[in-house]
Every structure is written in C-alpha cells, then in structure tokens.
Design a protein around this ligand. Structure first.
Ligand SMILES: Nc1nc2c(c(=O)[nH]1)N[C@H]1C(S)=C(S)[C@@H](COP(=O)(O)O)O[C@H]1N2
Ligand SMILES: [Mo]
Length: 466
C-alpha cells in the first residue's frame, strides 16, 4: 500500500454541505466500509475552516484507484492526489527528495521505515533513523530489573537483517576437530542457561564530552537489561573441539556494508580470546525476556558477553571461527578502543569491561518537587565487579550512602535508593556516584578520549524544590 495526500476544493457557492441531503450523501460516501470497497483506506480527513478545502491522508495501491474514489468530488470542484511518505520514511532515506536506502543487497533486511516507526511508537528516542539507533528513555527504566523488549535500546551499524529461521545456520569452523552447522532447532535442544545481563553501548554518555566527539550522540539511555536464554558458548566450542594453537574466537553477524573512505565491504565481526570466551561465560542467546529475540536485537541468534560493553554482543550471528592469531577486523582494531593522550604519547586500550556507573531514575530531571522527604532511586552497574556502594549528594552536601536493593552481580545493574530530606526551596542538583568492589569509582568529570567511549562521569540532575 502507498500513501497519498488528497486535496479537494470547491467554489463557495458549490459547498455540498450547505444542502443537508448532499451533506449526508457525502458522509455516507466517506464511511469506512464504502471507502474500502474502492480499494482505499482513509487515515484521516479534515476540512480547512472557511476555505472550502478538504484534505485526506489515504492509503491505496495506486493513485488511479484514489482518483476513481474521488470522482464525485471532482464533479463538485477540483481534486489533487499527491504521493506521500511518512516522516519516518523521509528521515530514514535522508531527505524529502532522497531515494529510500537500498537495504537488501547484503541480506534481506527490515524496511527502514517500518523499523523506525516501530521504535518511535515504542517510545524509544531515535538518534538515527537509518541505520536505526535509538536509546531508551529514563521513564522506561522505572520498575523491574529487566526492561520490556520494546523499550530496550537499539544500536546498529548497518541495515537490520531479516533472517529466515528455516534456512539460517550457525557455522562453526576454523581450528576445530568437528566443523558444525547448527540449525535453530538443534541449538534449542542443547543445554541452555537463562541469565539477566545488562548491555551498555560504549558510546553511552558521549553527548557530554567536550569538545564534541563524532558518533552517535547518546545521552544516558544506551543501556538496558534483559533476561537472556540460550546455549552457553562453551557447549558449542566443546562440541566442535578446539584444536591446539587456537587463540581467538571470531563472531560474524549477517549485517555489513561499505564504510566511508573504504572500498571493500565489511561485515560486523568481533572476537574474544579463548580465555575470555571461557571466563566471561558468554551465551548464544535465542530468547530475550522469555520471547524469541526481536529482529532488531539479533534474531535468530546473538552473542551475549556479560560485563563487556555491548559491541561484543554480536547480533544476527551466522559464523564462529576459531583462529590462531589476534583478530584485526574493522570493529576490533579500527574502532572501539580508548585513545588517550598521556605524557605526550598516544595510549590505546580496547573497549572491554563496562565502566562503573550509576543512573538516577527518580526523581525525573527538570521536574518540580514539594519540599520534604524524597525517594531518590536508580540503577548502578560495573563490568569489573559488583557494586559496593552508591552515594548521593544533594547540592554539594556530603555524600550519603544509598541502600542497595537486590542481589549483587557484575553482570547486571542493581537498584539503589535513598530517602533524603530536601528542604531548601529553589533549583537543586542531585548527584549519584557508584563504586564497585574492585575499588573503581566514577570520576566527577568526563575523561575525554578521541572516539568518545566509556564516559562514566557522575550524573547530576536538576530539580526545583517548592
Ligand atoms: N551484527 C551486529 N551486532 C551488533 C551490532 C551491530 O551493529 N551489528 N552493534 C553492537 C553494539 S555497538 C551494541 S552496543 C549492541 C547493541 O545491542 P542492541 O541493539 O540489542 O541493544 O549490539 C552489538 N552487536
Ligand atoms: Mo555499542
């Protein structure tokens, strides 16, 4: 179905609605069942007051059908039919006059317009319509340990593959005794594990870096938690049998494309050393919060690497390859590293463990609150170790320890809360700082680095006390 905007105009002395009989005939003609008989669906209609001009947004297979349906209006005046697009489509294609991006030259992919519209309708904050990148809003964080799937942030480098589960296979090859080709069915009959894991994009918080760093300008919502179910990676590695000399495990996603300044196409690929692949207990996940993985989160299978930044969690996984040397793919060695200037030299460090961070979910920033007792709540996590404590400071007052809620884990965020008295009327800043059991605490100021990763500076929110 295509979208059209229809305009009908008539002369003031031919206004059909001035005659009650004509007016009623018009309404009956526009009734949804009658419209459907003409192969048209009306999304909305309105008349510009005093202008004798009617606008309609309609869907139909083609403009001719729309014209046929509008024939009675054409007799009463003029009819114009304009091909139209949703805003999501225009933004995803990069402008009113731009063609829609070609999405399925690599693998069949979701329609960018549909994917984007779905994200908007779910309340995600869209940063880029294509490839789709959106963060969760703090409001969606309120409540339970996990986020509903529809509110989980989405980070994509390319189009979203739409893979056919009946033909999809996970191939395991390289330095193995028994190369494997596993169907989704076979994977779901293997020993499984269910575990709650927080994913955070390494760029979360980038928008606060000064000077500004290119890349997605994430605020603080490029983080979410879900319960993942799948096959422990070691089960598959053990079934394949790792051969002597093996060093790394490479994970390849079905998505790829060309990058600015490069001729060859790249796939989304990442590796783990064999030691990390055993120690971190990664999961080959096929379910998210008890449902099949949503397409945008990697259907039918994705890697989950607990405690690491999200980049390691390869979606739409198709290949696992065991190699005897460090992997140097684009997303391993040309991006996703910290680059610091230290004592005049450039120091590089790969993006790996999530850095310690606390988020304030309550009260909401920029709201007005009555003076008195107030519950300050949020989540905190660290990939290096469970959270030891979260401290809260109101308007620069001494840090007060918050109460930690629930189990400690380095794989997922933990809720915390503090009941504080806020008595001074006016603008007030609330800050929260987490420290993990490895002794790592959040810095008060962002630690700028060239690619803008891991900004875990203490978050401050402003509220007004009355
Ligand atoms: N195949 C593939 N896997 C991917 C990515 C991608 O673009 N392609 N993005 C990575 C990054 S940078 C992050 S932060 C997480 C985001 O996972 P989500 O979209 O399910 O939240 O997926 C990772 N896995
Ligand atoms: Mo990311």
């Amino acid at each position: 179905m295509a979208l059209f905007i229809v305009r009908h105009q008539h002369a003031p002395d031919h206004c059909p609605a001035t005659d009650p009989y004509m007016g009623a005939t018009l309404l009956n003609y526009l009734s949804r069942p009658n419209v459907r008989r003409h192969g048209v669906a009306i999304q909305g209609e309105a008349v510009v007051k005093g202008e004798h001009t009617l606008y309609m947004i309609v869907e139909s297979d083609d403009a001719e059908r729309v014209r046929g349906f509008m024939a009675p209006f054409a007799r009463a005046g003029t009819v114009d039919v304009y091909p139209a697009s949703t805003c999501a489509r225009i933004v995803a294609s990069g402008g009113c006059a731009a063609p829609m991006p070609v999405v399925d030259d690599v693998v069949p992919a979701l329609d960018p317009e549909d994917a984007c519209q779905h994200a908007i309708d779910s309340g995600l904050v869209v940063h880029r319509a294509h490839p789709l990148n959106c963060e969760t809003s703090v409001a969606a964080l309120l409540g339970g340990v996990v986020m509903p799937n529809a509110h989980f942030y989405v980070r994509n480098h390319f189009q979203i593959p739409n893979l056919d589960p009946t033909t999809w296979r996970l191939r395991v090859r390289g330095l193995v005794d028994r190369p494997l080709e596993l169907s989704l069915r076979e994977l779901t009959t293997m020993p499984s594990r269910t575990t709650v894991v927080t994913l955070e994009c390494a760029g979360n918080g980038r928008s606060w870096l000064e000077p500004r760093v290119p890349g997605e300008q994430w605020e603080l919502g490029a983080v979410s938690t879900a319960e993942w179910t799948g096959v422990p990676l070691v089960e598959v590695l053990d079934r394949a049998g790792i051969r002597a000399g093996a060093r790394e495990v490479v994970f390849r996603g079905a998505d790829g494309g060309t990058l600015p300044g490069r001729d060859d196409a790249v796939q989304f690929e990442r590796s783990l050393t064999l030691d990390d692949a055993r120690e971190l207990e990664p999961l080959l996940a096929y379910a998210m919060n008890g449902e099949a993985l949503p397409i945008q989160h990697g259907y039918p299978l994705r890697l989950i690497v607990p405690s690491w930044y999200g980049v390691a969690a390869v979606k739409w996984l198709t290949d696992i390859e065991i190699i005897d040397r460090p992997f140097t793919g684009h997303y391993q060695s040309e991006t996703y590293f910290f680059e610091w200037q230290r004592d005049g030299t450039v120091v590089r460090e790969p993006v790996a463990l999530q850095r310690v961070r606390a988020l304030i979910t309550e009260p909401r920033a920029d709201t007005e609150i009555a003076a008195g007792e107030l519950a300050i709540r949020g989540v905190a996590w660290s990939g290096a170790a469970p959270i030891a404590r979260v401290e809260v400071s109101v308007d620069g007052d001494p840090w007060q320890p918050a109460r930690m809620v629930g189990e400690r884990s380095r794989q997922r965020w933990q809720w915390w809360e503090l009941i504080a008295r806020l008595d001074r009327p006016g603008a007030t800043t609330i800050r929260a700082r987490a420290t993990d059991l490895a002794g790592r605490a959040q810095p008060l100021e962002p630690e700028w680095n060239r690619l803008g990763y891991g900004n875990n500076a203490v978050q401050g929110i402003s509220v007004r006390i009355r």
